[in-house]
Design a protein around this ligand. Structure first.
Ligand SMILES: O=C[C@H](O)COP(=O)(O)O
Length: 254
């Protein structure tokens, strides 16, 4: 069975003392488990502090984005080499907010996925359709194309270690969740796409999360589905109690 992954994407929320309080509240409550891993992706400014606070905890730290080159004259950017140097293990790439507000494209996402693997960072590659695309029944073709482009030049061994987050854009921060059946169907289509690009072995190994208004109240049903290996959580991950409950669901749900 694939190890589940519950990742909190804090986006641009929390001041430093709030980030520290959160870490202190959860660090001893989340313990190492064979079934689930927990990742917090804070604003980049807090990465170092959280890495220290979680040093003896099972909670891992991820970044929300990065540049695709090791260094250079790119004011304001953070490189994969810098993240790896600090001990960051995960990086969210191609989140729909990055695509919408910061001009990220399938091509730039692909460069970042390749760069992440070069530095042994696990990419959480986000894909998802708009409401318009869903209504036009284009969901599977859109996410399949996003996956294909994101994984260009990524080896099978690297793909196996990757995480894909299926996040329907219309479900992000809206309180609307895809039904567990719909989410599972799309995650299954993504797994099938990975099988056609690589092999069944890679498709069986890669972890696919669902994201979009995931909360303690709806995570159990989502995790009970075959193709859903975890969640990428925005709003609910800001609350320590809710985050602990989400991770606990990862160990309890069959
Ligand atoms: O990265 C997380 C997603 O954008 C979901 O955010 P949300 O849980 O607030 O809907």
């Amino acid at each position: 069975m694939r190890k589940r992954i519950i990742a909190g994407n804090w986006k641009m929320y929390k001041l430093s003392n709030q980030a520290a309080d959160f870490a202190e509240q959860i660090k001893e409550r989340i313990t190492t488990s064979d079934k689930v891993e927990a990742v917090i992706c804070p604003p980049a400014l807090y990465v170092t502090d959280l890495l220290q606070r979680f040093e003896t905890s099972a909670v891992k730290v991820g970044a929300q984005t990065m540049h695709d080159t090791d260094e250079g004259a790119f004011t304001g950017e953070i490189s994969p080499a810098m993240l790896a140097d600090l001990g960051v293990q995960y990086v969210i790439l191609g989140h729909s907010e990055r695509r919408q507000y910061f001009n990220e494209t399938d091509e730039t996402v692909n460069k970042k996925v390749v760069a992440a693997h070069k530095h042994h960072l696990v990419p959480i590659v986000c894909v998802g359709e708009t409401l318009e695309q869903r209504e036009a029944k284009e969901t599977v073709s859109i996410v399949s194309a996003q996956v294909e482009k994101a994984f260009a030049d990524v080896t099978a061994e690297q793909a196996k270690k990757s995480v894909i987050a299926y996040e329907p854009i219309w479900a992000i921060g809206t309180g609307k969740t895809a039904t567990a059946e719909d989410a599972n169907e799309v995650c299954g289509a993504i797994r099938h796409k990975i099988e056609t690009i690589y092999s069944k072995e890679v498709a069986d190994a890669i972890r696919i999360q669902y994201g979009g208004s995931v909360k303690p109240e709806n995570i159990a049903e989502l995790l009970s589905k075959d193709h859903i290996d975890g969640a990428l959580v925005g709003g609910a991950s800001l609350d320590p109690e809710a985050f602990v409950q989400l991770v606990e669901a990862g160990t309890h749900v069959e």
